[in-house]
Design a protein around this ligand. Structure first.
Ligand code: RP5
Length: 162
Protein backbone atom coordinates (compact mmCIF):
# COMPACT_ATOMS: atom_id res chain seq x y z
CA UNK A 1 0.00 0.00 0.00
CA UNK A 2 1.34 3.47 -0.90
CA UNK A 3 1.19 6.05 1.89
CA UNK A 4 -0.64 8.80 0.01
CA UNK A 5 -1.62 7.57 -3.45
CA UNK A 6 -3.19 10.12 -5.79
CA UNK A 7 -4.06 7.42 -8.32
CA UNK A 8 -5.11 3.83 -7.75
CA UNK A 9 -4.62 1.27 -10.50
CA UNK A 10 -6.98 -1.69 -10.12
CA UNK A 11 -7.11 -4.77 -12.28
CA UNK A 12 -9.44 -7.74 -12.27
CA UNK A 13 -6.71 -10.36 -12.30
CA UNK A 14 -2.96 -10.72 -11.89
CA UNK A 15 -3.04 -11.81 -15.54
CA UNK A 16 -3.74 -8.13 -16.41
CA UNK A 17 -0.53 -6.94 -14.75
CA UNK A 18 1.77 -7.45 -17.75
CA UNK A 19 -0.25 -4.78 -19.55
CA UNK A 20 -1.23 -2.63 -16.58
CA UNK A 21 2.35 -2.24 -15.36
CA UNK A 22 2.54 0.25 -18.23
CA UNK A 23 0.10 2.52 -16.37
CA UNK A 24 2.34 2.24 -13.33
CA UNK A 25 5.44 2.98 -15.44
CA UNK A 26 3.91 6.20 -16.79
CA UNK A 27 2.78 7.34 -13.34
CA UNK A 28 6.28 6.64 -12.03
CA UNK A 29 7.78 8.61 -14.93
CA UNK A 30 5.65 11.63 -13.93
CA UNK A 31 6.42 11.18 -10.22
CA UNK A 32 2.78 10.53 -9.30
CA UNK A 33 2.27 8.47 -6.15
CA UNK A 34 0.05 5.50 -6.93
CA UNK A 35 -1.06 2.11 -5.69
CA UNK A 36 -1.65 -0.99 -7.83
CA UNK A 37 -3.99 -3.78 -6.71
CA UNK A 38 -5.83 -6.82 -8.00
CA UNK A 39 -9.54 -6.64 -7.15
CA UNK A 40 -12.35 -8.18 -9.11
CA UNK A 41 -15.93 -7.04 -9.60
CA UNK A 42 -16.98 -10.71 -9.68
CA UNK A 43 -14.51 -12.59 -7.51
CA UNK A 44 -14.07 -10.02 -4.70
CA UNK A 45 -17.18 -7.82 -4.94
CA UNK A 46 -17.26 -6.78 -1.27
CA UNK A 47 -13.55 -5.95 -1.07
CA UNK A 48 -13.77 -3.98 -4.32
CA UNK A 49 -16.65 -1.89 -2.98
CA UNK A 50 -14.90 -1.27 0.35
CA UNK A 51 -11.58 -0.32 -1.23
CA UNK A 52 -13.07 2.09 -3.77
CA UNK A 53 -15.47 3.63 -1.24
CA UNK A 54 -12.51 4.41 1.05
CA UNK A 55 -10.35 5.87 -1.74
CA UNK A 56 -11.59 9.47 -1.58
CA UNK A 57 -10.95 9.62 2.18
CA UNK A 58 -7.37 8.49 1.56
CA UNK A 59 -6.73 11.43 -0.79
CA UNK A 60 -7.02 9.47 -4.03
CA UNK A 61 -8.08 11.67 -6.96
CA UNK A 62 -8.29 9.26 -9.91
CA UNK A 63 -9.18 5.57 -10.23
CA UNK A 64 -7.88 3.47 -13.12
CA UNK A 65 -9.70 0.15 -13.50
CA UNK A 66 -8.73 -2.54 -16.00
CA UNK A 67 -10.60 -5.75 -16.72
CA UNK A 68 -11.18 -8.23 -19.48
CA UNK A 69 -14.12 -10.28 -20.75
CA UNK A 70 -17.37 -9.31 -19.00
CA UNK A 71 -15.45 -6.31 -17.74
CA UNK A 72 -17.55 -4.75 -14.99
CA UNK A 73 -14.76 -3.50 -12.76
CA UNK A 74 -14.64 0.10 -13.95
CA UNK A 75 -18.43 0.43 -13.78
CA UNK A 76 -18.55 -1.07 -10.29
CA UNK A 77 -15.79 1.32 -9.16
CA UNK A 78 -17.71 4.26 -10.61
CA UNK A 79 -20.81 3.12 -8.72
CA UNK A 80 -18.95 3.45 -5.43
CA UNK A 81 -17.16 6.78 -5.85
CA UNK A 82 -17.56 10.19 -7.45
CA UNK A 83 -13.82 10.25 -8.27
CA UNK A 84 -13.10 10.10 -12.01
CA UNK A 85 -12.85 6.45 -13.12
CA UNK A 86 -10.81 5.56 -16.20
CA UNK A 87 -11.54 2.14 -17.67
CA UNK A 88 -8.99 0.08 -19.59
CA UNK A 89 -10.41 -2.88 -21.54
CA UNK A 90 -8.02 -5.83 -21.52
CA UNK A 91 -7.50 -7.87 -24.66
CA UNK A 92 -9.31 -11.19 -24.23
CA UNK A 93 -8.52 -14.53 -25.85
CA UNK A 94 -12.05 -15.18 -27.12
CA UNK A 95 -13.03 -11.83 -28.62
CA UNK A 96 -9.76 -9.87 -28.75
CA UNK A 97 -11.02 -7.34 -26.20
CA UNK A 98 -14.21 -6.32 -28.00
CA UNK A 99 -16.13 -7.88 -25.09
CA UNK A 100 -14.02 -5.92 -22.58
CA UNK A 101 -14.38 -2.70 -24.58
CA UNK A 102 -18.16 -2.86 -24.85
CA UNK A 103 -18.59 -3.93 -21.21
CA UNK A 104 -16.47 -1.00 -20.06
CA UNK A 105 -17.63 1.72 -22.42
CA UNK A 106 -21.38 1.22 -22.51
CA UNK A 107 -22.26 2.71 -19.14
CA UNK A 108 -25.85 3.85 -18.76
CA UNK A 109 -26.24 7.62 -18.25
CA UNK A 110 -25.55 8.84 -14.72
CA UNK A 111 -22.48 6.80 -13.75
CA UNK A 112 -19.63 7.72 -16.12
CA UNK A 113 -16.52 5.71 -16.95
CA UNK A 114 -13.92 7.33 -19.20
CA UNK A 115 -12.92 4.42 -21.41
CA UNK A 116 -9.51 4.16 -23.07
CA UNK A 117 -8.25 1.93 -25.87
CA UNK A 118 -7.94 -1.86 -25.57
CA UNK A 119 -4.63 -3.09 -24.13
CA UNK A 120 -1.26 -1.35 -23.78
CA UNK A 121 -2.26 1.91 -25.49
CA UNK A 122 -5.19 2.18 -23.09
CA UNK A 123 -2.97 1.40 -20.12
CA UNK A 124 -0.50 4.15 -21.01
CA UNK A 125 -3.18 6.67 -21.98
CA UNK A 126 -5.18 6.05 -18.79
CA UNK A 127 -2.11 7.08 -16.82
CA UNK A 128 -1.50 10.12 -19.05
CA UNK A 129 -5.13 11.15 -18.66
CA UNK A 130 -4.86 10.71 -14.90
CA UNK A 131 -1.81 12.99 -14.96
CA UNK A 132 -3.76 15.54 -17.04
CA UNK A 133 -6.61 15.47 -14.50
CA UNK A 134 -4.19 15.98 -11.62
CA UNK A 135 -2.40 18.71 -13.61
CA UNK A 136 -5.54 20.87 -13.38
CA UNK A 137 -4.41 21.95 -9.93
CA UNK A 138 -0.68 21.12 -10.19
CA UNK A 139 1.27 23.40 -12.57
CA UNK A 140 4.43 21.25 -12.25
CA UNK A 141 2.57 18.26 -13.72
CA UNK A 142 1.22 20.40 -16.56
CA UNK A 143 4.79 21.42 -17.41
CA UNK A 144 5.88 17.76 -17.38
CA UNK A 145 3.03 16.90 -19.76
CA UNK A 146 4.09 19.68 -22.12
CA UNK A 147 7.67 18.41 -22.03
CA UNK A 148 6.44 14.87 -22.75
CA UNK A 149 4.48 16.08 -25.80
CA UNK A 150 7.49 18.05 -27.01
CA UNK A 151 9.66 14.92 -26.77
CA UNK A 152 7.18 12.95 -28.88
CA UNK A 153 7.07 15.72 -31.44
CA UNK A 154 10.85 15.88 -31.71
CA UNK A 155 11.05 12.11 -32.09
CA UNK A 156 8.45 12.00 -34.91
CA UNK A 157 10.01 14.91 -36.77
CA UNK A 158 13.43 13.25 -36.67
CA UNK A 159 12.24 9.89 -38.09
CA UNK A 160 14.21 8.83 -41.18
CA UNK A 161 12.81 6.28 -43.64
CA UNK A 162 15.45 4.18 -45.35
C1 RP5 B 1 -11.13 -10.45 -15.74
O1 RP5 B 1 -11.06 -11.68 -16.36
C2 RP5 B 1 -9.72 -10.02 -15.55
O2 RP5 B 1 -9.64 -8.64 -15.59
C3 RP5 B 1 -8.96 -10.66 -16.68
O3 RP5 B 1 -8.71 -9.76 -17.75
C4 RP5 B 1 -9.90 -11.76 -17.15
C5 RP5 B 1 -9.30 -13.13 -17.03
O4 RP5 B 1 -8.89 -13.33 -15.70
P1 RP5 B 1 -8.08 -14.64 -15.28
O5 RP5 B 1 -8.98 -15.79 -15.57
O6 RP5 B 1 -6.82 -14.63 -16.11
O7 RP5 B 1 -7.80 -14.47 -13.81
O8 RP5 B 1 -11.80 -10.50 -14.53
Amino acid sequence: MAANPLVIVLMGSKSDWDVMRQSADVLKQFGVEHECRVLSAHRTPLETAEYVTAAEGRGVEVVIAAAGGAAHLAGVCAAHTVLPVLGVPMESAALKGMDSLLSTVQMPAGIPVGTLAIGPAGARNAALLAVAILAGSRPELREKLKAFRAEQRTKILSEKLT
